[in-house]
Design a protein around this ligand. Sequence first.
Ligand SMILES: *Cc1c(COP(=O)(O)O)cnc(C)c1O
Length: 349
Amino acid sequence: MIGFPGNLDFEFSQLSGLLDIFVNNVGDPNGKEKSAVSAKAMECAVIEFIAGLTNADTKEVYGYVTAGGSEANLFGLDRGCETLPEAAIYCSTAAHYSIAKNARLMRRRLVTVDTDASGRIAPDALEKACRGAAGRGAVVVATIGTTMSGAVDDVDAIATAAAVAGPVYVHADAALGGLIVPFTEIAETWGFARPEVGSIAISMHKGLGMPVPCALAICRSDLVQQQVHGEYIGAADATLGCSRSGLAAILIWYALAAKGLAGLSENALRALATARYASRRLADLGLSPKLQPYSIVVVFDRPAESICRKYHLATEGTTAHLVTVPHVTPAIIDKLCEDIRRSTDNVER
Ligand SMILES: *Cc1c(COP(=O)(O)O)cnc(C)c1O
């Protein structure tokens, strides 16, 4: 399975005893609560550690473990829409479909903007779209690693372009790239380094490797001042859920504790190196691969259907892509290339 970005390189069987325990993180991770067994201490540690990779002041952020990237995007967009009640939501045509779904749920107007040749949101198109909204502000989604091409939107350019609408709130959808870019040359400048960025979504099952889907929603803590107080749970609650998976928080904590910063860095650098390797090998086969900077997604000419099926490649029209999450090794890329070579030999015969 190399076409979809779930890292399958993990091992949690040592924790199987947890399956006999109901671990419910109800309400805010940092709030006290009445639930008998929670993993909130681990959830807080996870948020603090990952926030440290986003150029946040870790004491000035709020965050929690969500059911997945889409919920983390909804949380961030909701914070943005509350901050700028008159603003529309802007994203590129390459943004994940959860942005459109979330805009619909919030009954907020969504404006979709073209991308440039490299798949990033086009600043001139964004500026043009924002020009008619002067004074209303703009809630803009910056995708840090688009689903189909891995392109990383330029947040500096976005913030400047959208400013014609007035105040700008940027939500960074880093579901795919959130555990990659902190280990690249843009490490110091991405995420909360820019004041316009209010929230970030980072998937955990994609980069880290998890047996259950989960992600992190992180925002600046001043964006959750009006917390809903859940009488019945006895805890303040700015999350979108009520009961949340304590198991997911424990699994993330365990994976982060086992890998440490060095392990995360190695994962990211290996994934980027494997993507470059795949790109070279596919170029040798004449399949015109495209690999964007800081990306682990390699887009190439769609091979035979049997190969797409065998490797679970994601396809779109005449192109296919693979994602070099840590379980995708150079040896697997070699096998793929060998299969592609054989299949074209067959066609020629
Ligand atoms: C995968 C992905 C999502 C959605 O994450 P889910 O966990 O599937 O909800 C959102 N945005 C981007 C850029 C993604 O790659």
